[in-house]
Design a protein around this ligand. Structure first.
Ligand SMILES: *Cc1c(COP(=O)(O)O)cnc(C)c1O
Length: 436
């Protein structure tokens, strides 16, 4: 972007000055509208999400069979919602705000199979691809028991098919682990910032890992180029995939059932605020979309991004979506937050969420480390740094006088997006980073 254009935007949007100065800011979306009209503007429908939910149910017996850790939930990959009252008190002290509502944590850090939010969309897309191939080749019908997917004739079919993905880490883990289990020939294109232990873990499971010196966009671009040249290769497109989005969106009905089970009422008088760490946007976008389907106007969704990588906020503020990067505004896209180091947001997600998202806010790396330690000390829950980005959402909402945010009967749900796969030594290093 030209310097003159950047200056024009700064004049139009005063918040940009603070964003460029790496300040932690809240942006409220002026294009947000009622859920009914908002949903009607998107290209995604209720039957689309129902189809994804039904497919995950068909695969549940297979998942329970090949991933014994999902036996207890009958092959449904889901995480608990946990009340964190001690953390609420610690946040109130730390930020000197009175917090009236209840604070809950959605523990996607504890999702089985790949320990992050990516176990939703990533695994779903691979299962859908496997189902399509199996049906096309006459190996199964949707009426049969999907435990059959573990049989050798399926593995032999999938071995002839390739899967590729570009990833900063967690998407690579979920795609790699699921694809390898089904028997696919899978390659993960990883960016320079991807952790060594993630590469090691994937290679151990038989996944091909290709490393790039450049950032995430480069890894995606290279992966896409190689996959396009090979018709037997399915490329998981983190920036544009409807299937990923739908896999994430199934979370909406699951959260609705969990809220009901724990007796948490969600309606216009008892609003639900949800804070979701955002990278390229598919995970938080899909989840927020599913929540809007489940709760309508009663749910208010916010995306959280690192101060050095606020790509979705920039895309939405300017309306330029994927035509603008954080680098255009002099930001370096350097952050410790795995999965959030993204310079350009998904255009598909940005446009889909434009009428539905309440706002975005930014968080500094130091704050993530501080909150990581605080959550571990107060609740004994260990999340990876990026997963803490949701934790300052309620502080922003209350300080920013967001409507209903400080109602006594509001519920604040922080989406803890990952953590259980992080090796203990790494986690201890993160823990030690607070205050450094
Ligand atoms: C990927 C990821 C996110 C964000 O998901 P996007 O789809 O990239 O927006 C957030 N937290 C963690 C831990 C992740 O791995």
């Amino acid at each position: 972007m030209e310097k003159a254009q950047v200056n024009e935007w700064k004049k139009k949007l005063p918040l940009l000055e603070q964003l460029i100065a790496h300040e932690e800011v809240l942006w409220l979306n002026p294009l947000m509208e009622s859920t009914t009209t908002g949903l009607s503007k998107t290209g995604v429908t209720v039957p689309n999400v129902k189809d994804a939910s039904d497919r995950l149910k068909r695969f549940a017996p297979y998942i329970a069979h090949v991933f014994p850790e999902t036996k207890a939930s009958n092959g449904i990959i889901e995480s608990p919602i946990t009340a964190i009252p001690n953390m609420k008190e610690a946040l109130a002290n730390q930020y000197k705000v009175a917090i009236s509502g209840e604070l809950l944590l959605k523990e996607d850090n504890a999702l089985p199979i790949s320990g992050s939010i990516k176990a939703r969309g990533g695994i779903y897309e691979i299962l859908k691809h496997a189902e399509t191939l199996a049906i096309e080749n006459g190996l199964i019908t949707t009426e049969e028991d999907y435990v059959k997917f573990a049989e050798p004739e399926f593995t032999r079919l999938f071995a002839k098919h390739k899967i590729a993905v570009g990833s900063t880490g967690n998407l690579g883990l979920s795609i790699g682990i699921m694809s390898a289990k089904l028997g696919f020939d899978v390659t993960v294109h990883m960016s320079a910032d991807a952790k060594q232990w993630k590469k090691d873990m994937l290679r151990e499971k038989g996944v091909t890992v290709v490393e790039y010196a450049d950032d995430y966009s480069k890894a995606v671009e290279e992966g896409r180029r190689q996959a396009d040249a090979d018709p037997s290769c399915h490329f998981v497109d983190d920036e544009n995939s409807l299937d990923l989005f739908l896999g994430y969106a199934v979370a909406g009905e699951r959260v609705a059932a969990q809220m009901k089970a724990r007796g948490t009422v969600v309606n216009e008088d008892n609003p639900l605020f949800v804070y979701l760490p955002c990278g390229v946007g598919g995970g938080p976008g899909g989840v927020a979309f599913g929540l809007k389907l489940a709760f309508g106007d009663a749910v208010r969704c916010f995306f959280a991004e690192p101060t050095h990588s606020p790509c979705m906020m920039l895309g939405m503020m300017t309306g330029l979506h994927d035509k603008v990067s954080v680098q255009d505004f002099g930001l370096d896209n350097k952050t410790v937050a795995d999965g959030l180091a993204v310079g350009t947001a998904s255009g598909f997600v940005g446009k889909t969420m434009e009428p539905l998202l309440s706002g975005c806010y930014t968080i500094a790396d130091e704050t993530m480390f501080k909150l990581l330690k605080l959550l571990a000390d107060t609740e004994n829950i260990r999340l990876e740094p990026s997963a803490l980005a949701g934790m300052t959402g309620l502080v922003h909402a209350i300080r920013g006088d967001v409507k209903d945010a400080n109602l006594a009967n509001a519920t604040h749900l922080v989406w803890g997006t990952g953590g259980s796969m992080v090796p203990e030594v790494e986690m201890n290093l993160y823990y030690g980073m607070a205050g450094k």
